[in-house]
Design a protein around this ligand. Structure first.
Ligand SMILES: Cc1cc2nc3c(=O)[nH]c(=O)nc-3n(C[C@H](O)[C@H](O)[C@H](O)COP(=O)(O)OP(=O)(O)OC[C@H]3O[C@@H](n4cnc5c(N)ncnc54)[C@H](O)[C@@H]3O)c2cc1C
Ligand code: FES
Length: 348
C-alpha cells in the first residue's frame, strides 16, 4: 500500500478563457486557483463577504459550509457558489472574471505550524508565535487560514510580524488574536493548544499588503483585533530601505482604555518618534470619567480630524470589524481619497 497517496485532483476550467487549474480533493476552488497563481477574486476566505462568487457551468461540487452567511437561497437557485467554500466532486467548468489584482504575490501553500510561544497583549488579545514546516513567504498585512483540531472550518488570522523574521529552515509567523467569548476557534487556540503542538496553516492570503513602490506617507488604522496586520505593515515599512523617506502614522481604535494596545510594539521599531508615531482613540464616552486623557470618539473620525485634506496624499491601510471598516471606507471616499491608495481586509 502506498504510505503517501497523492490526493485526487479535479480539473477546473474557466469558461470562455484558456485558464485551467487543478483542485485537490478537499481543497476549495478559490484556494486551488490561488495556489495556481490565478487572480480568483475574494476577500475574507471564510464564507462571509460573498466576493468569491462564481457560476457553475458544468460538473458537480459541494459546499464545505452550507450555512455560510455569504451564500443566499437566490445564489443556490442560480447555481452560484462561494469559491472559498466550494469543493469540486469531479471536473468542473465555471464562469467568473479573473482579476489580475487578486493574483497572489506568493502562492499560498498548506502545511503544519508548531506553537513556539504566546504572550498576553491586553486582557483579551494574545500573541501566538508559530514555526512553519515550510519556508513560505508572505507580505506585511496578509493573513493565513488556521485549521484547529475539533474546529469546523478555517479561521482567518493576520500575521503581525514582518516576513524578514523568517528562519532558514522554515518560517516564523506570529498572530495577535482577540479571544471571542464562546468562539470555537478562540477556545481551541487560547485554552486547548499547548506549546509544541501543531495546527494546520494555509497561506498567505489577502490583498492589503504593504505597497513598497508607493511614493506617499503611510496611515495605518487598526480597530480592535485589526491590530496584527497594521503592526505587520509598520514593522515591514520601518525595515524597508525603499520606504526610508516615508512617515508612518498609526491610529488604534479601542472601545475602552483597557483595550488600548500597540504602542509598546511600535516603540521597539527603528524610526519611532522620528518617522513613526502612534495615537489611540477610545469610543466609550465614559472613558474620561475613569481618567482617560487621550482622544475619545471613533477611529475614522479621529483620522479625519487629524489629517483632513492630507488623507488624499497618503497610502492608507486599515483593518478591523465590518462596522469600523465600512465607516472608514465611507469617510475616505467622502474625503476624496483615490481608492487605489486604500487597502483593507474586513474581519468578519
Ligand atoms: C481576513 C481576516 C483576517 C482576520 N484577522 C484576525 C486577526 O488578526 N486577529 C483576530 O483576532 N481575528 C481576526 N479575524 C477574525 C477571526 O477570523 C475570527 O472570526 C475570530 O477570531 C472569531 O473566531 P472564533 O472561532 O473564536 O469564533 P466563531 O464564532 O466560532 O467563528 C467565527 C468565524 O468562523 C467562521 N466559521 C464559523 N463556523 C464555520 C463553519 N462551520 N465552517 C466554516 N467557517 C466557519 C466564520 O465565518 C467566522 O469567520 C480575521 C478575519 C478575517 C476575515
Ligand atoms: S465569502 Fe468567500 S471570500 Fe468571502
Amino acid at each position: 500500500m502506498d504510505a503517501h497517496p497523492i490526493p485526487a485532483a479535479h480539473r477546473i476550467r474557466i469558461a470562455g478563457s484558456d485558464a485551467v487549474f487543478d483542485c485537490a480533493d478537499g481543497d476549495t476552488l478559490l484556494r486551488a486557483a490561488q495556489r495556481a497563481g490565478l487572480g480568483f477574486p475574494y476577500e475574507c476566505n471564510v464564507g462571509s463577504c460573498g466576493n468569491c462568487k462564481f457560476e457553475l457551468v458544468e460538473g458537480a461540487l459541494q459546499m464545505a459550509w452550507e450555512q455560510a452567511p455569504g451564500w443566499s437561497d437566490k445564489d443556490r437557485t442560480r447555481k452560484r457558489y462561494l469559491g472559498c467554500q466550494a469543493q469540486p466532486l469531479g471536473a468542473c467548468s465555471v464562469k467568473l472574471r479573473l482579476d489580475p489584482r487578486c493574483a497572489p504575490v506568493h502562492r499560498p501553500t498548506r502545511g503544519d505550524a508548531r506553537l513556539l510561544a504566546r504572550r498576553a497583549i491586553t486582557h483579551d488579545i494574545s500573541e501566538f508565535r508559530f514555526a512553519l514546516a515550510l519556508a513560505q513567504r508572505f507580505e506585511p498585512g496578509q493573513y493565513a487560514l488556521a485549521h484547529l483540531d475539533g474546529v469546523v472550518g478555517a479561521r482567518a488570522w493576520s500575521m503581525s510580524n514582518a516576513p524578514i523574521d523568517d528562519n532558514a529552515d522554515g518560517a516564523v509567523w506570529e498572530f495577535q488574536v482577540r479571544r471571542l467569548a464562546g468562539g470555537k476557534g478562540s477556545d481551541a487556540l487560547f485554552d486547548a493548544l499547548q506549546i509544541g503542538q501543531r495546527i494546520g496553516i494555509d497561506g498567505p492570503y489577502g490583498m492589503a499588503w504593504l505597497r513598497r513602490a508607493a511614493p506617499r506617507d503611510i496611515l495605518c488604522l487598526a480597530g480592535g483585533s485589526g491590530l496584527a496586520p497594521m503592526v505587520s505593515i509598520a514593522r515591514g515599512a520601518m525595515a524597508e530601505p525603499q520606504l526610508a523617506q516615508r512617515r508612518l502614522h498609526f491610529l488604534y481604535g479601542a472601545r475602552t482604555p483597557a483595550d488600548v494596545c500597540g504602542q509598546e510594539l511600535l516603540r521597539a521599531l527603528p524610526g519611532w518618534g522620528e518617522r513613526l508615531d502612534y495615537q489611540a482613540v477610545v469610543s466609550d464616552a465614559a472613558a474620561r470619567d475613569g481618567g482617560w486623557s487621550g482622544a475619545v470618539g471613533y477611529l475614522h473620525q479621529a483620522a479625519l480630524e487629524r489629517f483632513g485634506e492630507r488623507l488624499a496624499q497618503m497610502e492608507i491601510y486599515f483593518a478591523g470589524p465590518p462596522a469600523m471598516a465600512n465607516a472608514t471606507q465611507r469617510m475616505l471616499l467622502d474625503a476624496g481619497v483615490p481608492m487605489a491608495q486604500v487597502h483593507f481586509d474586513q474581519f468578519y
